[in-house]
Ligand binder design. Structure first.
Ligand SMILES: C[S@@+](CC[C@H](N)C(=O)[O-])C[C@H]1O[C@@H](n2cnc3c(N)ncnc32)[C@H](O)[C@@H]1O
Length: 386
């Protein structure tokens, strides 16, 4: 008998990536996949749960729902949590933490909700065994998520533990590194075919190039990670985990295109090199220190994704000049490529001077950004310039 009520799985993601995550989860083998706001719900067994954790590039955290109940008062919350048979889920020796969120509910204080939830779990164990599991707010074995939505309480277990953007390859970071899940999301939104070239001309710590290299070779997103929270659950099946890992690892393939990561800053190149070396992708990613003004693209075609400074977190001498230089470089040198720029700076993005053929809205941290695609045709197609 499963410790869970049903086979629902909730995968949280970043705003703007929901539809791409639906497609990814279908490919992984989940069923009844539906997009929610900043999350996707699907169904699957234990093997699917492990697979999503190991293979999803677009998921931030994978939640296994435990129980849904109505809770308008502290007592209803306490009783609802306490009525769960916790000893079937984890052993008293495990550490626990609770993360709460609330929306339009009578209980509107997250710290209070999480304290009450902890009290209910701790009292459950104390009554049964005379002692209780310890709380660890930083790196608990068992991570409980509780969410109240219009007094409807959904309690679940975070099966990932550390969020899935913590891939394990990033040993060093630059000033404004992009989140790994966002990087993978941008690559998915760009529609890159995983066979042609991929260029990351403002690579910083190398995230886009590393994500592209992993994607092109089918390297699982969790390949460099060694821990997930579901390892601590009572129903953990080591042989299923081993099978999931072995199957995914044996599906890795070669990639024949060129992945090029460049940046003007020697420090960024040093940082990117460390991360690329750690991921053992030094043979797959070419790294070069160069100003985008002077960058030539490899023969052939492919996708360019540019993550320039926005002038918010990092200041360059002249943002306008930089965005104009990006536009000039693309118009002159990127013929045949599909170029994409992510930026929160709408004024600056216009200075690129190319008409976008596709636009997406995504969030880089709290910054609302445009992710615009520009096709650079052969010859001087009049109508592609604004
Ligand atoms: C927002 S960061 C990129 C972050 C990167 N995606 C990552 O994951 O770490 C912008 C980068 O643009 C680089 N940059 C600024 N001006 C440049 C130029 N003219 N040519 C090439 N790179 C430039 C900066 O050195 C910085 O590393």
């Amino acid at each position: 008998m499963s410790i869970f009520q049903d086979d629902r799985i909730i995968v949280k993601t970043l705003s703007g990536l929901e539809d791409a995550l639906v497609e990814e989860l279908q490919q992984i083998g989940a069923s009844q996949v539906t997009a929610l706001r900043r999350a996707v719900e699907c169904r699957g067994d234990q093997e699917i749960l492990y697979k999503i954790n190991y293979q999803s590039r677009l998921g931030l955290v994978v939640i296994k729902p435990l129980k849904t109940f109505y809770a308008e008062t502290p007592d209803q919350l306490y009783e609802g949590v306490r009525s769960i048979d916790w000893m079937k889920i984890f052993d008293i020796g495990k550490t626990i933490s609770v993360k709460a969120s609330t929306y339009k509910s009578a209980l509107d204080h997250t710290q209070y909700i999480s304290q009450k939830t902890k009290d209910a779990i701790v009292d459950y164990f104390r009554d049964k065994f005379g002692h209780r599991p310890s709380v660890d707010t930083f790196d608990a074995d068992i991570q409980i998520n509780i969410h109240l939505n219009e007094n409807q309480c959904e309690i679940g277990l975070n099966s990932s533990g550390n969020p899935l953007f913590k891939r394990g390859y990033r040993q060093a970071t630059g000033i404004a590194p992009i989140n790994e899940v966002l990087a993978a999301g941008l690559i998915a939104l760009s529609g890159w075919d995983k066979k042609s070239n991929f260029i990351d001309p403002m690579c910083g710590s190398g995230t886009l190039a590393i994500e592209a290299a992993m994607l092109s070779q089918n390297i699982p997103s969790g390949y460099y990670r060694d821990h997930y929270s579901f390892f601590h659950w009572s129903d953990y099946e080591r042989f299923i985990w081993k099978k999931v890992k072995e199957e995914a690892d044996s599906a890795m393939i070669d990639y024949d295109g060129i992945i090029l990561a460049t940046d003007i800053s020697p420090k960024s190149i040093e940082i990117a090199e460390k991360n690329i070396q750690y991921a053992k992708l030094h043979k797959d990613i070419q790294l070069k220190q160069i100003d985008i003004k002077n960058l030539n693209y490899p023969e052939g075609n492919g996708v360019i994704i540019i993550n320039p400074p926005y002038g918010e977190r990092i200041k360059t001498k002249d943002i306008s000049d930089l965005y104009q230089a990006i536009g000039d470089n693309l118009k002159l040198k990127a013929t045949g490529y599909d170029a994409w720029v992510i930026s929160s700076d709408l004024e600056a993005i216009r200075l690129i001077g190319l008409r976008p053929h596709k636009r997406h809205i995504v969030f880089n941290g709290s910054l609302e950004c445009r992710f615009n695609g520009f096709k650079v045709f052969k010859g001087s197609k009049k109508d592609q310039y604004q």
